[in-house]
Structure formats: structure tokens, C-alpha cells
Design a protein. Structure first.
Length: 256
């Protein structure tokens, strides 16, 4: 009963947005499959659901068996099936609600330089842009999903900017379900926090249902240690007044 109440509260989040903003966010999540068919120039996609795609990704991972960071980068750059896993993941209700939560945070700092890392097929940034968030940037990657992202940007007349690296500072950096893919999450956070005063992130987990291949590409990490490391880097956790909030941190001298 408690779980039902929580889900109902989460689903009510959209009612707080205008109809136009609701429609823009939902449109970006709901029309992914047709856009991908257009991108791949096919009538039928290779996989019909997330379980099939996730199992294919897991099988490819176990086949090449990466041992170090270079191997892992090669895995992500050459695993075309990750495109399909991204498609079906982005269509889930949890991802739609996550977009709304990120929008609530970013809307207060609209017009500042915002960067997404690990954007996948770009659904979050594209939906945020359609809902009115400005000055969005995406860090470039070298995989099929990113090529689809660029196709979608053309399709939707997007003004999001693609950047090659993290040379310039940003007002806010967000990365959703990325940290579990990093070989060294502490080094990753140190690199990110050196370029911004504000970060927003969510994370997945190492162990997933075996129906979806077990997600062997995910690393184990302790979220409490991640949070303590961010505190050592001078960041302070911010309160986000929603059910199942993203992690939102700001540099301590920037919290007011």
C-alpha cells in the first residue's frame, strides 16, 4: 500500500508543469523507437524490449572481457547493442519522471552553462531543452548511441552544443546512471568537480535481474563513500523535495 502511494505521488509530479512542458518531455521519451527506425533506415528494430537488448550487451561484454579502462572504453565504443538498451530504458516511466526532477533543479539556474556527461541517446537534454532549459551542452562520445543523438538533434532543430572535452568550466554538470560505469568513480568525480560548482547525478546498481543479463559492465561502488568523497572535495548535499530525488551537490561557498 505504501509503495502504491509513493508511485502515485511521483506520477503527480507532471501535474505541476504546464501542459506544454509536460507534452514536450513526454514526446521526447515516447517517440524514440520511431526516430531510431528512421535513423537506422529500417522498419523493424533488432530487439523488441529492454530484456533482449540488455542480454545482448551482457553477452558482448563477457565475450571481450575488458580488463582495464582502455578495454572498457573500447567495449562502450564498439557495443552497438547499447543503443537499443538505451532506447528501451529511456522509455520507462522512471526516466520520464527523472527528467521532470532534473528540470525542477535546473529551472532555478536557467541560462547558465549546463553540461550532460554520458548523455546516451540524448533524451534528457533534448527534453529539458524542449521544456525551456537553455545553454545546454553535451560531452561528445564515440559510439552508435551518440551518432543517433546527433541525428535526433537535427530532427528536433536542437541548439544544444557538443563539446569535445572538459577544458571549460560549467555552472552545472549532470550525469545520470553513469557513475556505475566508471572504472574509478573517485577520479571521475575529482575531474568533474574541478570544472563546476554544482552536480546532479543518479546511479544504477551492480546487480540487476538475471533476466536482463546481470549487467556485468556495472562496477560495485558504495554511495556513502561517494558522498563522503564529495564532501572532501568541498561539496555539500542539497535538499530536493521530491520522492526518490537525484543526488544534488553544490560547492559549499555556492550554496546560498
Amino acid at each position: 500500500m505504501l509503495w502504491f502511494i509513493l508511485i502515485k505521488k511521483v506520477n503527480n509530479l507532471f501535474k505541476e508543469l504546464s501542459n506544454d512542458k509536460q507534452n514536450e518531455i513526454l514526446f521526447m521519451h515516447n517517440n524514440i523507437l520511431e526516430e531510431c527506425k528512421l535513423f537506422l533506415q529500417t522498419k523493424e528494430l533488432k530487439y523488441k524490449n529492454r530484456i533482449e537488448a540488455a542480454n545482448a550487451v551482457a553477452a558482448y561484454f563477457r565475450k571481450i572481457n575488458p580488463k582495464n579502462e582502455e578495454d572498457y572504453n573500447h567495449f562502450y565504443e564498439t557495443c552497438d547493442d547499447y543503443l537499443y538498451e538505451n532506447l528501451y530504458c529511456n522509455m520507462e516511466n522512471s526516466c520520464k519522471q527523472r527528467t521532470k526532477k532534473i528540470f525542477d533543479i535546473l529551472e532555478k539556474n536557467n541560462g547558465k552553462k549546463i553540461l550532460e556527461i554520458g548523455a546516451g541517446i540524448g533524451t534528457y537534454s533534448l527534453a529539458l531543452e524542449k521544456a525551456g532549459i537553455e545553454s545546454l551542452h553535451i560531452l561528445k562520445s564515440n559510439d552508435l548511441a551518440f551518432r543517433f543523438l546527433k541525428f535526433r538533434m537535427i530532427l528536433h532543430n536542437s541548439n544544444i552544443k557538443i563539446i569535445e572535452d572538459l577544458e571549460e568550466d560549467c555552472d552545472c554538470i549532470f550525469f545520470l546512471d553513469v557513475i556505475e560505469h566508471t572504472v574509478d568513480p573517485f577520479a571521475f568525480l575529482e575531474k568533474i568537480t574541478a570544472k563546476t560548482n554544482s552536480i546532479i547525478f543518479t546511479h544504477g546498481f551492480k546487480i540487476h535481474t538475471e533476466k536482463m543479463g546481470g549487467y556485468p559492465q556495472h562496477f560495485d561502488f558504495n554511495i556513502n563513500k561517494i558522498q563522503k568523497h564529495l564532501e572532501k572535495l568541498g561539496f555539500e548535499k542539497q535538499k530536493v523535495n521530491v520522492i526518490f530525488p537525484p543526488h544534488y551537490y553544490k560547492r559549499k561557498n555556492e550554496t546560498n
